[in-house]
Structures are given as structure tokens and as C-alpha cells.
Design a protein around this ligand. Structure first.
Ligand code: SF4
Length: 402
């Protein structure tokens, strides 16, 4: 398969995208109340929080989608990215009990589990010939410290050096630093030396401590989330960032969340991807949540693309929003649909029903059907390969007895 290489900071973007965007935006008549925003986008001026409110309030959702889509098209053309990965959740035992979480268990619950290092490797064995990334997040285990994870990551890398390890959310890093009595920086530095390649973005929820106090009491604070990612970036370790919306936050909270992330991205340019995903209510304990509609999911993805000028990729996380909304989101500014995933508990326990048995050809078909060009990427968006959509397999149908 032919491919092309990029750098960590360019992450596959067209070098000339600002001038392409200016040209595209000039070719369309926009609603008058968007003219200030369109001018800013043409000139490469960062949108303000007030602009973000305007985008959320603008009645014509399709027009917001068109704006966001032009930004995406200027950067990546018709390319849409995904990777070949597997999720392995090392434990569901957690010392916290975030209100939105359907995954965690206490140690005494019958379905609590913890994978030994050998057990973890056995999970990798099942997928090692078809994936190039393992995404591992889990509960805050009361007995595991940084040494445990050093051992786990070293063992995984020794056996599968070519598989990228994207593991441990900010709250897990905080937990390990507390367990081992060392700083965030030292924790990350030791894990990087053990072979950790990048951090996933989970745990950001909403970066407003008043909201966090209600939905995820005891988790890392907003500043701690940002500081952990800052420290990772200072070590040259890229990371993703997320936003959980549709709980009890306001539109202003979402916009301030985006503003904090883009400011941090300005420092080292190593946030690779922003993943906005709505709260899924099944089995969880947040009856006061104001659940996001499909319209709101698409608008939030579009606003993310327009506000987050310093974060290259916006992901339509199909595990959470489903294939149908993910395909639509590709016309609202998203350029990535995550990966093959293969096994997933966190979203599925909360009510997601996205298919888990996709291979790269099914991912390619999903992208192709949405009108885009499927591109397989690696974890860090530095290597890309086009994927051909295979013709549908002929199936022999059995006669149906009426
Ligand atoms: S979201 Fe993470 S930290 Fe919170 S309860 Fe669930 S597993 Fe634990």
C-alpha cells in the first residue's frame, strides 16, 4: 500500500490551507450575522467566545456545517482518517464513582476484573497481526502504581514493538503519581521511557470545576488535566483531548473548555485530535442531564472545528455517536472516525450499539459512502495510506420458507 509521511505538528494538513480556505470562503454568500466570523476565518484570526455563542445560536445548522466543512476541506481535501486499533481496558476497578460512568466497579463486585500482565498480552495476541495501536484506559486501581504500568508497557513493547501504545487518561496519570508519590512529570517521563507513545484524551469531561464537582467529584481538576497534557507535550509525547457534553454544562462551559484546550495547544502544538462526544445515559446516575440531540452533536462538532484552530483533527467518535451520525459529521467539520476498535466496554455499557467487528475495509466503505476518500493513519498522524474500498462479497442466500 502506498502512503505518505507527515510530521507530528503538521499531522497531515495541507501547508497551504489558509489561502485555500480564504478562496473557498470567498466563493459563497454567507448570512449577514456570520460575516464577522467569515472575515476572521479568511484572515486566520482566532474566533472569540462571543463568536462561539453566535455559532451555537445561528438558526441555520447547515450553514454552520458548511463553514466547518470548508475549514476541513482546506486542510485535508476529501481525505478522512481512521486507524486499525483495539481497545483493551486493563481493569474496571476504580476508587472513584463518576456520576456518568457505567463502566467502573468496586473491587468486591462480582463482575469486577483486573488483567494481569500476561492476561493483557493475551488480549493483544488476539489482534496483533491486524492492529498498529492499542488504546488502553481503565479504572483507578487501588493497588496499581507506576511500577505496575512500567512493567505492563515494557512487556507489551517487548513482545510487539511495532504496536503503538496510546494509554492512560489524565486522571489515571494523576492516580499513578499519587500512588507512587512522584510528580506528574516524573510519572510521564518513566512511562515514556517504558514505551508509552501517546496519551488518549479521556477525562477532560468539561473543564469547569463547578460542573466537575457534580458529575465527577474527586477526579483531576481542570488545571490538573491541562497540566498533565502540558507535561506530556513538554516530553515530546503527543496526546488527544476530549469533551463530554450533554450533562449539566452550559454552552458557555463548552466554549470555555475549547478555549482552554486551544491555548494549551498553542504552547507545544502536540494536541493531535479533539474528540467531542455526548453523554450516553443508560445505566448511569445523572437524571438531571440535558441530553444532546443529533442536531446538537453535529453543531458541537462543527463549532469545535471552527474554534479549535490549533488542534488539527476533529474526531467523529463512532463508538459513541454511531455510524450514521459519524457519517453526517464528516460534512460538519470532522475529518476522523477513530478506528476499528474491535472491543469496547465504556461506551457500550452506557448504551452505545456501534458495531465492533469492522475491519479497515468496512471503515473505508463507511467513509467512501459518505462521499470522502478513506485514509488509514497511524496513531500519531505521521504516516498515511489510502485504503481501497472492496466490492461487496457475493453471498449465497438460503431459500426462505414462507
Ligand atoms: S470515569 Fe474513570 S475515574 Fe470516573 S468512575 Fe469511571 S473509571 Fe473511574
Amino acid at each position: 500500500m502506498t502512503g505518505w509521511a507527515s510530521t507530528l505538528t503538521i499531522a497531515g494538513s495541507d501547508h497551504d490551507w489558509p489561502s485555500k480556505l480564504k478562496e473557498m470562503l470567498s466563493q459563497k454568500q454567507w448570512s449577514s450575522n456570520l460575516s464577522k466570523i467569515v472575515e476572521k476565518l479568511k484572515n486566520g484570526t482566532r474566533l472569540s467566545i462571543a463568536d462561539g455563542h453566535e455559532l451555537y445560536q445561528h438558526k441555520n445548522l447547515y450553514e454552520i456545517g458548511q463553514l466547518a466543512n470548508m475549514v476541513k476541506l482546506s486542510r485535508y481535501g476529501k481525505h478522512v482518517f481512521f486507524n486499525s486499533n483495539v481497545h483493551i481496558n486493563q481493569t474496571n476497578i476504580c476508587v472513584l464513582a463518576c456520576k456518568f460512568c457505567a463502566f467502573r466497579r468496586s473491587k468486591r463486585q462480582a463482575d469486577a476484573y483486573e488483567l494481569s500482565i500476561d492476561g493483557y498480552l493475551e488480549e493483544m495476541d488476539k489482534y496483533s497481526d491486524i492492529v498498529d495501536e492499542v488504546h488502553s484506559v481503565g479504572g483507578l486501581h487501588p493497588d496499581w502504581n507506576v511500577e505496575h504500568y512500567e512493567g505492563l508497557i515494557k512487556a507489551a513493547k517487548r513482545k510487539y514493538p511495532e504496536i503503538a501504545m496510546k494509554a492512560l487518561t489524565a486522571v489515571e496519570i494523576k492516580h499513578l503519581s499519587l500512588q507512587s508519590g512522584i510528580s506528574f512529570h516524573e510519572t510521564l517521563s518513566r512511562l515514556k521511557s517504558a514505551g508509552l507513545d501517546s496519551l488518549p484524551g479521556g477525562g477532560a469531561e468539561i473543564l469547569n470545576d463547578e460542573v466537575r464537582e457534580i458529575i465527577c467529584k474527586g477526579k483531576e481538576s481542570s488545571d490538573e488535566y491541562l497540566e498533565i497534557h502540558r507535561q506530556a507535550h513538554s516530553l515530546g509525547m503527543p496526546s488527544n483531548c476530549t469533551m463530554l457534553f450533554g450533562t449539566i454544562e452550559s454552552i458557555g462551559d463548552r466554549l470555555l473548555h475549547m478555549d482552554k484546550l486551544r491555548q494549551l495547544a498553542d504552547e507545544h502544538n502536540l494536541f493531535q485530535c479533539f474528540v467531542p462526544y455526548p453523554f450516553l445515559p443508560d445505566s448511569t446516575r445523572l437524571p438531571e442531564a440535558q441530553l444532546a440531540t443529533s442536531n446538537e452533536v453535529l453543531r458541537t462538532i462543527a463549532v469545535s472545528r471552527l474554534m479549535l484552530d490549533s488542534i488539527p483533527h476533529i474526531k467523529a467518535y463512532r463508538m459513541n455517536i454511531g455510524d450514521e451520525i459519524a457519517e453526517l459529521a464528516l460534512n460538519f467539520g470532522a475529518d476522523d472516525i477513530d478506528g476499528t476498535v474491535r472491543q469496547e466496554s465504556i461506551m457500550h455499557l452506557a448504551g452505545a450499539n456501534s458495531s465492533l467487528n469492522y475491519d479497515i475495509y468496512q471503515m473505508a466503505k463507511l467513509v467512501n459512502d459518505a462521499g470522502f476518500i478513506p485514509i488509514k493513519r497511524n496513531t500519531t498522524y505521521t504516516r498515511f495510506s489510502p485504503v481501497k474500498v472492496e466490492p461487496p462479497k457475493r453471498v449465497r442466500r438460503l431459500n426462505v420458507i414462507a
